[in-house]
Ligand binder design. Structure first.
Ligand SMILES: Nc1nc2c(ncn2[C@@H]2O[C@H](COP(=O)(O)OP(=O)(O)OP(=O)(O)O)[C@@H](O)[C@H]2O)c(=O)[nH]1
Ligand SMILES: [Mg+2]
Length: 250
């Protein structure tokens, strides 16, 4: 049994990748999958959730009672946090080979509030858990955006305390070439970033790239696309490698 938690910035493709990767696991490994929706704001999911947090609350319902979209998201997060033990237990109780967990559109609701860390702590007590950080080419196709995209998985690792693997998603889009070009040579990236910035920021940018460079030596990033369904086998290999490294052999 394995929990896989999909995380990433709004619109990076969490819901689509959860669905397509689940289908791949079903077909290729003949595995039984539970899909979990933790996004109170989603209208429709492409998969049929085995557990759906919208049983508790939806952003839509809160907005009908007068809250604006952001206020409703925050209130929904508070309501889920009050019941996080129940939510975690419901997910924990699902019996399947893989539990694929789709998280709220706004990453900060899951990562930077108590919801994500507490949920992951509960579900990972006796079941190996990996987080898949999804890099969106819309952010990663500029120099500073790529640097930030490399940093966010590290932040995810710090917040959730479980192994994190990274994928560059929407590999079918033309921007992916830019991302590949930048990430091929991080030293080049450092020089470019330093030449594009001025003053104190040069030192910051330079140190930042050194950190990312150091980190990226220990990680491998794969390309995925929910549209073309490429990269699912690479993602599975990456997840297995992450588990082997931390001793949680599958
Ligand atoms: N080209 C392309 N578009 C994609 C891919 N995956 C998702 N999308 C599109 O990106 C948009 C967001 O996809 P979702 O799967 O809903 O992303 P999400 O991260 O769950 O979005 P939120 O939960 O709303 O933050 C949709 O318009 C998808 O059709 C992909 O691999 N390639
Ligand atoms: Mg989504």
């Amino acid at each position: 049994m394995l929990n896989i938690v999909f995380i990433g910035t709004a619109g990076c493709g969490k819901t689509s990748l959860t669905h397509v990767f689940g289908k791949w696991l079903e077909h290729e490994l003949d595995a039984e999958i539970s899909y979990v929706n933790l996004d109170p704001g989603v209208h429709r999911t492409p998969y049929v959730p085995s557990y759906d947090v919208r049983e508790l609350i939806t952003v839509e319902r809160l907005m009908e009672h007068g809250l604006g979209p952001n206020g409703a998201m925050i209130r929904a997060a508070e309501i889920i946090e009050e019941k996080i033990s129940e939510v975690s237990r419901r997910v924990y109780d699902l019996k399947s080979d893989f539990k694929l967990i789709d998280t709220p559109g706004q990453m900060e609701l899951f990562l930077f509030r108590p919801m994500g860390p507490r949920f992951v702590e509960e579900i990972s007590k006796h079941v190996p858990t990996v987080s898949v950080y999804i890099i969106d080419p819309a952010l990663a196709s500029t120099l500073s955006g790529l640097a930030i995209s490399f940093l966010l998985p590290m932040i995810t690792r710090l917040r959730l305390g479980v192994p994190v693997v990274s994928v560059i998603n929407k590999a079918d889009l033309p921007e992916i070439y830019k991302v590949e070009e930048f990430s091929r040579d991080l030293r080049n990236l450092k020089e470019k970033m330093v030449s594009e910035e001025k003053g104190l920021i040069v030192d910051l940018a330079s140190r930042f790239i050194e950190l990312v460079d150091e980190f990226s030596k220990t990680i491998r990033i794969v390309k995925t696309s929910a549209k073309t369904e490429e990269g699912m086998d690479d993602l599975y290999t990456l997840i297995r490698e992450a588990l082997c490294e931390c001793g949680d052999l599958m």
